[in-house]
Every structure is written in C-alpha cells, then in structure tokens.
Design a protein around this ligand. Sequence first.
Ligand code: NAD
Length: 513
Amino acid sequence: MTQVAEPTTERTAVTSATGATVPHWIGGRRVAGTSGRRGPVFNPATGELAREVDFASIEEVDAAVAAAKAAFPAWRATSLSKRTEIMFRIRNLVDTHRKDIAAHLTAEHGKVPSDALGEVARGVENLEFACGIAHLLKGGYSEQASGGVDVYQIRQPLGVVAGITPFNFPAMVPMWMFANAIACGNTFILKPSEKDPSASLYLAELLKEAGVPDGVFNVVNGDKVAVDRILEHPDIAAVSFVGSTPIARYIYETGTRNGKRVQALGGAKNHMIVLPDADVEMAADAAVSAGYGSAGERCMAVSVLVAVGDVADPLVEAIKERLPKVKVGDGMEPGSEMGPLVTREHRDKVASYIESGAGQGATVVADGRDSAPDGDGFFLGVSLLDDVTTEMDAYKDEIFGPVLSVVRAKSYDEAVSLVNDNPYGNGVALFTRDGGAARQFQFDVNAGMVGINVPIPVPVAYYSFGGWKASLFGDSHAYGPESIHFYTRGKVVTSRWPDPATSKVDLGFPQTR
Ligand code: NAD
C-alpha cells in the first residue's frame, strides 16, 4: 500500500534571518551539515555576508540518495490521481507564497521584486504542466497486432534523479526539473547554487506541506564535492544540469561515462538582430529590457545587438536615450528596476569587459562603472558598447552582466552568419516588419529558441527549453514534453490470452502475419 502524507499546515520559519546557516533537506526535514565545510551567502545589494550554507560531504549526499531510494517504491506506486492532487497542491502553495519566495531571490540573488515574481510565475507554469501528468504519461495501444495479440507501450519512472542548478534562477530552474521528475514518479535530489540556496529550502517545506512523502524531494547544498558524488553515485539514474558551458560539458561527459542519462544546459551569447525596416522605438525598448533585465544575468538575456544597415545610428541613439532612466538600486527599495550582480568577483569581471572593449576598439556609449550606486553592494550600471567586432573579448565571451554590445552588419546574410558562426546557440531574436524575412530567419538560424519581435523567447511550459551547440549537451531539452521523456523510460508489452487448448511448441521466430 502506498503511504502519502496528508498536507500539513506547519512550516518552519524560512531561512532568511541573518546569521542562520542554510542546511540540507533530507528525508523530509532540515539536516544540519556535518562536513565542517561551508560557503558564504551575501546580500549583493549591501555586500554584507548574510549567512552561510553547509557544504555536503560524500556521506551526506549518500544519505540523501538513500532517503530518495527508500521513498521510490511507494512513490512510483502512488496512483496518478493522487500524484496529480499533490502537484495541484504544490502549485497552489507556491503561488500563494510567491512573494515569500521572491523575497528570498531578492535577498540572495539581488534581482528586483518584479523580476523575482516573474521568475516564480514562470516556475509555476511548470508546476501547472506537471498537474497534467495523467494525460502526459498515456502510452499507445495497438489492438490485434497479430492474431489475438495486443501491443502497448507504457512509460515508467527512472528511480532517483538529480538536478544541479545555477545561481541566476534559484527557484524557477529547480521547478523546471523537479515538477515533472516527481510527477512522473521519480524521487529527486536537488543541488542548488551555493550562492543563493535559501529558496530551495523554502520550496522543500512547501512540498512537504503539500503532502509530498518524506524522501521524495531532497536538497543537498554544496560545491564540487556534492556534484561529483551525484555524478558517480550508482543509485542515481539521471542528472539534469543548468549552468555554464564548461561545467555543463563536464557534467555531461562525467555523468554519461558513469552510465547516467544526462541533460546539461550551458551558457549563451544571445543575439538580437534588428533589420532596417524594424520599428526603432520598439526595438530599443526590447533591447534595453532584454539586455539589462536581471542585470543581464539571464541565460536568455540579449548580449549582442546586431544592427543591420542604416538602422544602427537611430537604434543606438534610441537606446542611449533610455539608459539614464533605468533605475539601478537595491531591490528592497521601491522603484529599483535593476539590482546588483551576484558577487563582487562577478561584478568586477563584468566591468572588465568595458575596459577591454575600449582597449580593443569599441566605442563606449555608456560606462556602468560611472553610474553604479554608491556603497558596498555589487552594483554596475547599464553599459553600452558600440562598434564591437567578433575579435573582441566582449563579443567572444558570455559576459552575463549589464553590458550590451552593438555589432554593425551590412546585410541580413551577414547578421545570420554571425549567429550561426557563434559557438553558442541558445536564444536569438529578429526584429522586423517583414513576414517573409521572419519566416526565412526561422529556417536559416542555428539556435534552439527563436523570437520574432520577442526579445526573450523562453518557451511556455508545454514546449521544451533548450539551446543548440555549446548551449546544450545531451539530446533532451528541459521541461515540457521532452522532460517527460527524459524522466521516464519506455516499456513495450506484447500480450496474448490464448485458449490453452490451442497451445503447442513452436521453435520458429514469432511472426505477426
Ligand atoms: P556554474 O556553472 O558556475 O554553476 C552551476 C552549478 O554547477 C552550481 O550548482 C555549482 O555549484 C556547480 N558547479 C560549479 N562549478 C563546478 C565544478 N567545477 N564542478 C562541479 N560542479 C560545479 O553556473 P552559474 O554561475 O551558477 O550560472 C550562470 C551560468 O548558467 C551562465 O553561464 C548561464 O548562461 C547559465 N545558465 C544557462 C541556462 C540555460 O538554460 N541554458 C539557464 C540559466 C543559466
């Protein structure tokens, strides 16, 4: 018999108090770390050390995997209707507590509340998709495949699966993964980013409150030690990863070498192409929103603006006009539109591209070092580099900050070649009023997610998310239908109910006709 906990109404206080240490979540409860290793968690808007996070040892990862393994048989046997009910409860609890979750994101990542609430909302869409699990797991049935023989396919969960997530979406990316993974009947180990781990613990408590049995969802905090143990643990069947390209490649190579199913989403260098016929004001609004939203710390942020032909001068001018109006500040202060970078080191690295761009021949239209708010927060103002070329570091590297580069291209073909020659292939956008050009573009361009007059084309939850080239290792995109496939394996049953009177020995290979 399956045992599913009734929803509880008790939830312990969130780990947001300054000075508290963020623990692990194993077997349905908070478990303090014992490794003696910890990492700092900052408030990026003030630069203060807000708290620490426990770093798991190999033994602590093993304990989480053991809890997940023990919970798996009952969870996979739990009826689809019960799992659906629980997914609905999770969805409702996350939605009800979206402001609390968003507050964690602002406190540790630094993103402003409107951005943080948007992140939670996009995560909720994934929970809503997973509420349809009964429909999503329907197999196929072929009656009378042979005389008296029926054939049908079912999909079954893999067992214990793990997710390793980046700092820039501490709530949404975990929801991309665990929603479908547990709805399919798997049990789950989450290794969140050590830079902003509190949202994961908060989500764990909501899942428990929703009635998720202990051990079905676990969180191990930590660094490479925890990740490497996940990659080699014999009881983990599959690993989902989202993060930078070098680590994604490492995760894919190591995980698959150890016999695991792996999907590893990496970094990006997203181009937004503006054709000469585009509406310049609309394109400028889109470039500013997509280039500087979340301080450029989005894998779908626009990093390169490709201005085709004579649209370049008016476009740069229209963007320049908008930049002084972007309010950079602490997300806790009303009116802030762009928060700080996640750490001091990252802020300094992002700022170095303004310096290197200038040194390599770019025109610095806006220097965010001059417009950053005072104080110890990890702020950088909005920065715009014009006349950027493909040899410059600002073009070649994923900057992951509020530095937008403008590359001037003579033609549509030159613009598309830039995108197709780039090692990354995550998102790309085209701004135009020409339907024929747009249709040709979607045919020509080598990227996984394409926006036509949409600067951040993150697919809705009932499609799947994933880039091409160095932006994704593995066959399967994240969330949506592809993740249902990723988190299950197929089984084909060939079935006959013969009359015992007709039974005989036949050593020939079974034929269907
Ligand atoms: P990151 O690669 O540094 O870290 C991601 C995860 O890997 C974290 O949990 C971290 O603890 C772990 N990790 C880091 N170094 C490791 C190592 N040497 N060995 C094992 N594990 C390690 O990425 P980040 O800085 O947290 O996030 C930003 C990056 O993520 C950017 O490159 C961004 O483009 C990318 N990203 C991609 C997508 C996508 O869908 N393609 C979405 C969000 C972010």
